[in-house]
Design a protein around this ligand. Structure first.
Ligand SMILES: [Zn+2]
Length: 469
């Protein structure tokens, strides 16, 4: 089923990427200028409405069909599509979030965090990368698709820009609300969510090699609360044999001083082997055969928590609290919070049993504060994965591309848990230095790579529009 789409597609590719503009209030803006305006509308989690109304207007003025899915702070979500959702077409969905994390101490920022300042070839401010930058690149491609396929009949897919609330706090009014109440209407064939950019410096034997990971899976949050109550006489001058702070610290020490075992799964084994192909010598050999070289490999990998977190469940002690902070008073109750992240194949009951065994104190009450639903990784053999991989390879011919698992979760998990194929990639080239400023001071995004990001998404959409079994 080729024909009718070829001419508009070729035409769109002839339109030089640099000439692409987005309309707003009878003026035309480049991608980075729109991003600058988006950053200027504060949207810290739970306060998305103003920024949401702005992006909705932007979508409408650029010919997209908007469906509102909640319209209040903490529940402001919208789908903007090239065809109305009631056309019932299977949908290629670009998922992003309107909210940003707080700015911290604004004095620490070189430019005001909501200035959206354009300076030294970059756009500055909270959300420049996460997630407003990625969102505007997605939107540019959806608008482009709207123009390219405006007159095409019998499209195989609708294309949708889906902006949601409070990804950062995982509140109930964001992606979860959309998936619970609008999934049928959205009819997702695939969801493309926020993911890693292309990075150099990952592969030791060739630090100039650019590596693009397409995320096909993520670890799921499993947040635990520990409570221990031990009645005491209360005065600090006489140390009781047992009291809650002491017993909690001993139990927590059992857990956090224990090295988490490595768990080779099909995805992380595949990832190590892919990395092995890019390395040289003994390192290449060990990575290509992780089981055989486990004894030498695992201690080395442990030195890199960002890598090791992909090979094991993690347990991080994030808070310890006792009911008093008076120095000579022994508290009767101690509480601790632990941020645990589970590999996709880990069973919650098995993990809880393992955790309690490590804790070795049956008096501690363990409750699960929050957990993401279990989910299957998305396959790296679907036409959607291949289309994304090929699009990246087309725009970045020298780059290496591989399926990866992410240590953190984001909103794609909501859709993945419903059995929908989800892939995450922000296909721009970025350096590691920029990554350090995400969720931190001085977040910024260089302007130069943005057009390549759009071009990659354009190629991805274009190849899927030409292809249908
Ligand atoms: Zn984000």
């Amino acid at each position: 089923m080729i024909k009718a789409f070829i001419i508009p597609l070729l035409f769109s590719q002839l339109c030089l990427a640099q000439e692409f503009t987005i309309k707003l209030n009878r003026k035309e803006y480049k991608i980075h200028e729109i991003l600058s305006q988006y950053i200027q509308i504060e949207s810290i989690s739970g306060n998305e409405k103003n920024a949401g109304e702005w992006i909705k207007e932007l979508c409408l003025q650029n010919g997209l069909h908007v469906t509102q899915m909640g319209s209040e702070n903490g529940n402001f979500n919208l789908a903007a599509s090239i065809r109305p959702l009631d056309s019932g077409l299977p949908n290629i969905i670009f998922l992003n979030h309107i909210d940003v994390v707080p700015v911290g101490d604004s004095v620490q920022w070189q430019y005001k965090p909501f200035s959206g300042r354009i300076e030294a070839g970059e756009v500055w401010g909270r959300g420049a990368f996460d997630n407003k930058g990625a969102a505007i690149v997605q939107l540019a491609s959806v608008i482009q698709a709207g123009k390219t396929f405006k007159k095409s009949e019998n499209l195989p897919y609708n294309i949708t820009f889906l902006a949601v609330s409070c990804e950062e706090t995982q509140c109930s009014g964001g992606a979860k609300y959309v998936a619970d109440y609008y999934l049928k209407q959205l009819n997702p064939a695939v969801v493309i969510g926020e993911g890693p950019p292309g990075l150099k410096g990952i592969v030791d034997t060739d630090t100039s090699l650019s590596l693009f990971g397409i995320s096909i899976a993520h670890k799921r949050a499993f947040w635990l609360k520990l409570e221990l109550e031990v009645p005491t006489a209360g005065h600090g001058s006489t140390t009781p044999l047992s009291y809650s702070n002491r017993d909690m610290v001993i139990a927590l020490n059992n857990v956090v001083s224990h090295e988490q075992p490595v768990e080779f799964t099909p995805i992380n084994t595949h990832l190590l082997k892919d990395l092995g192909k890019l390395e040289k010598g003994i390192k290449a050999m060990a990575l290509k055969h992780p089981h055989a070289y486990q004894g030498a490999l695992v201690p080395k990998l442990r030195e890199h928590p960002e890598v090791f977190s992909l090979l094991s469940n993690t347990i991080t002690l994030t808070s310890i609290h006792s009911e008093t902070d008076i120095i000579n008073l022994i508290p009767g109750k101690t509480t601790a919070l632990l941020d645990c992240r589970l590999l996709p194949n880990t069973n919650r009951e098995d993990f809880l049993a393992y955790f309690k065994k490590q804790l070795n104190n049956d008096s501690i009450h363990v409750s699960v504060l929050y957990e993401m639903p279990p989910m299957h990784p998305s396959s790296d053999t679907t036409k959607f994965y291949k289309a994304m991989r090929d699009a990246i390879q087309y725009v970045y011919p020298e780059a290496a591309i591989m399926p990866i698992i992410m240590p953190n979760f984001n909103d794609v998990g909501v859709f993945r848990s419903k059995g929908i194929d989800c892939y995450s990639s922000f296909p721009i080239q970025l350096d590691l230095e920029h990554m350090k400023h995400i969720h931190n001071y001085n977040e910024s995004l260089p302007i130069a790579p943005l057009m390549n990001g759009k071009l990659t998404y354009d190629k991805f959409i274009g190849s899927l529009m030409l292809y249908k079994e």
